[in-house]
Design a binder for this molecule. Structure first.
Ligand code: NAD
Length: 423
């Protein structure tokens, strides 16, 4: 295996990917031209350039975005990403995917996403707090419990949400917990939210495995991106009897064909900042990890990782998209051809937004559920949604991504037509 860990390959533009996926699904629907065109546009986009006081007394200017793709089904919902490669097109794509995700699992939300161009690992805790509070203030013209409710994404976490909630509340003059989800429990977070996305990914893997005639017990799993989503998915899949053979993060990956203890890997990452160096493993690059011999691949990092170039070399029989947009449309075509099943992001990683919805409902009602209630209700929605998408795929003879998108776009289009075009 190669010793170098970080190889950056050019990514397909995520917005182009989102539009190509949309067009494939929309071609199967009897949409009026103007309706189809409207659904392809983000409804509104905000770019903010803002100053942040750094620890050494200097001032640095950062750029951030908040995009609302659709407000047809309800307030917009979507995470906030802190990453050096954030672009407006990436945030547009992620916002559109949120619209389809909320629609396909039946939540009363439209899609949104936010992001700041920053490497959070290079900032101190104080600098991150200043950046977060200022960014929250800048986007507060769009954000509210009734209008737009952010959540964590890559590079952000419950503490980030706590700062946003506090900043918004300070400006309102009273506590407004329902303005964000993914908050710490001490300020109105929900039981089960931290694990929700990874738990949902493990449920999607189980359901997809059943549909594919493949038992998860004993299957070998490789996980790209050992963050909130990937690490939880890994240990819950291990609990279902899978053997986790590889894991990675931005500094590279680790591999042991005989298996890794995913909870010990997580502890190692918490202690050392990376999965790299976990005892008894070979080093692999993120690119190599995708092509390792395994049964199930769980890409849980960034978009565009599996593309037309490497898709022919993927060995897994099932890919469960923990990340949003990890497979390009070119790769989808190759994987279809090779009969590799893909549990698509808008269903597979919907556990997070489902439990975010529960958190929002609990916060508005000030009435809180047990972890068991949260997990059971999330699983019920995941299983129902996955089954519906499977049936649509069979009826329309399309892959699961297109089936999910057909259901989602149809739901949003129907609501749009029912509401009517104002004025
Ligand atoms: P995170 O910040 O907790 O973890 C991201 C992980 O990916 C980190 O371990 C990071 O080191 C790694 N990473 C970054 N760049 C990488 C690269 N080039 N190659 C390999 N690994 C890389 O983020 P997260 O919340 O776990 O989100 C991961 C993915 O899941 C994203 O696509 C996100 O949009 C999606 N997602 C997250 C949630 C959620 O609730 N957090 C919900 C749905 C979907």
């Amino acid at each position: 295996m190669a010793a170098t860990a970080l190889v950056i390959t050019p990514r397909e533009d995520p917005w182009e990917m989102a539009l190509r996926q949309f067009n494939i699904a929309a071609d199967s629907l009897p949409l009026k031209r103007g309706i189809r065109e409207f659904l392809a546009y983000p409804k509104r986009e905000l770019t903010v350039n803002f100053p942040v006081k750094m620890d050494d007394g200097s001032v640095r200017v950062f750029t951030g975005y908040r995009v609302h793709h659709s407000t047809v089904l309800g307030p917009t919902k979507g995470g906030i990403r802190y990453h050096p490669d954030v672009t407006l097109n990436e945030i547009r794509a992620l916002a559109m995917w949120m619209s389809w995700k909320c629609a396909v699992v039946g939540l009363p939300y439209g899609g949104a996403k936010g992001g700041v161009i920053v490497n959070p690992k290079e900032l101190s805790r104080e600098e991150l707090e200043h950046l977060t509070r200022r960014y929250a203030t800048e986007i507060s013209i769009l954000m509210s419990p009734e209008g737009d409710i952010p959540a964590p994404d890559v590079g952000t976490n419950p503490q980030t949400m706590a700062w946003i909630m506090d900043t918004y509340s300070m400006h309102r003059g009273h506590s407004t917990p329902s303005v964000v989800t993914g908050k710490p429990l001490s300020i109105g977070g929900s039981q089960g939210r931290v694990e929700a996305t990874g738990r949902g990914v493990s449920i999607a893997a189980r359901e997809a495995g059943l549909a594919h005639g493949m038992s998860l017990a004993g299957s070998k799993v490789a996980v790209q991106g050992y963050g909130n989503v990937g690490s939880v998915a890994a240990y819950l899949l291990a609990d279902l009897g899978c053997t986790i053979v590889a894991a990675s993060d931005s500094s590279g990956g680790i591999y042991n064909a005989k298996g890794l203890d995913p909870r010990a890997v997580l502890k190692h990452k918490e202690r050392h900042g990376s999965v790299s160096g976990f005892p008894g493993t070979d080093r692999v690059t993120n690119e190599e990890l995708l092509e390792l011999p395994c049964d199930v691949l769980v890409p849980s990092a960034l978009e565009g990782q599996i593309n037309g170039e490497n898709a022919p070399r993927i060995k897994a029989k099932l890919i469960v998209e923990g990340a949003n947009g990890p497979i390009t449309p070119d790769a989808d075509a190759v994987l279809d051809e090779r009969k590799v099943m893909v549990a698509p992001d808008i269903v597979a990683n919907a556990g997070g937004v489902i439990v975010s919805y529960f958190e929002w409902v609990q916060g508005l009602q000030q009435f809180f559920w047990t972890e068991e209630e949260v997990n059971q209700n999330m699983e019920r929605i995941m299983v129902r949604s996955f089954g519906q998408v499977m049936r649509t795929a069979q009826e329309k003879k399309v892959n699961l991504r297109t089936a999910g998108l057909i259901r989602a776009i149809d739901r949003v289009a129907e609501a749009l037509m029912t509401r009517g075009i104002y004025p």
